[in-house]
Design a protein around this ligand. Sequence first.
Ligand code: CTP
Length: 413
Amino acid sequence: MTSGGSEPARPSGAGPRVVLGVSAGIAAYKVCELLRRLTESGHDVRVVPTADALRFVGEPTWAALSGHPVSTQVWDGVAGVPHVRLGQEADLVLVAPATADLLARAAHGLADDLLTNTLLTARCPVVFAPAMHTEMWEHPATRANVETLRSRGAIVVEPASGRLTGKDTGPGRLPDPAELFEVARRVLDRGARGAELDLAGRHVVVSAGGTREPLDPVRYLGNRSSGLQGYALARTAVARGATVTLVAGNVSLPDPAGAHVVPVGTAEEMREAVLAAAGDADAVVMAAAVADFRPADYRDSKIKKASGAEPEPIRLVKNPDILAELGRERRPGQVVVGFAAETDDVLANGRDKLARKGSDLLVVNQVGADLVFGRPDNAAVILGADGTSTEVPRGAKEALADVVWDLVAERCR
Ligand code: CTP
């Protein structure tokens, strides 16, 4: 199948070259928006669907949105050797949706259409965004294919959980196009800087947000953490090739594409989720603001203000310290990172906390009414148990996240 027509010359000064592979899943319709975002932000995108993908979204749509002719097989424009050229010239190959069949063909090195040929000739980063029914995603054959692709350096982003085609729900949804676009942007950015996918094959756990400790069915003790720093850590880790579990305490931000998000409420729930995920993790980063205390007594019904009476004091009990527990009970080689929010004596308190919690790294930042919480930027000093100290000037929370991962990658064994 082809739209035919000759390929217009690539305009000089055109943006990064992206091959957008589309395989035959219904989520192909969402990829039109991803394509639009890529082209509107200056990327030069060649869409390479599989033949069956065109049953879901037709060739004219891909051709019109990309501004390039569209072909599914190797027999069009043979003089330009497209089955080799597309892959060789690409800065990024992104396959969305990647079906179970496409993952299998890619894992086994088949080359029976233009997309699989392109995957074999690409020397740039390759990202697969799988979308399929939960049973297919969880099938041992698909798991093995995903492992094979990851072990060869491809980024296979975890699908999102939620409503699938039909009435069922579960893992298998294509992540939000805006979030997939962010993955593509970050991977391209790292590629342009010559940075490696240094977390490929690693499983990292990130906690984000803040816990809420309930007092009664309508009230809780909480804190002002927005989750932005933890989400920045999760997004940047995905773009560096990691498999990411994001334990999110009361965060109202879109799920980062590729991260397995575990929502939690209280410190106890966060502890359970973090420790469960940490079992096989290479690194755990505790960016969440965990409440140190919780109300000793939870009231099953709303606390009423008896007329005229003074309010009863709230008695608090200690919550478990998750970071300290990770520090004590980590598996060999696991890198444990804490965050310290301090208002005074920032560095002295940081050094003390690093030792007390038994972490490898502690990201120390100063908090105050207008610093850190809910802001897109952050500044920090990252203290290492080995005596190192890395200053990170005020900048985007993503920039700080990247420095954290640089230091983690150095320490991962
Ligand atoms: N933390 C944790 N469990 C807790 C409290 C904190 O895992 N119950 C983690 C946080 O996620 C963070 C680090 O410990 O990575 C430091 O949090 P911070 O609130 O700064 O320190 P505290 O332990 O509360 O110490 P202090 O009250 O002395 O500041």
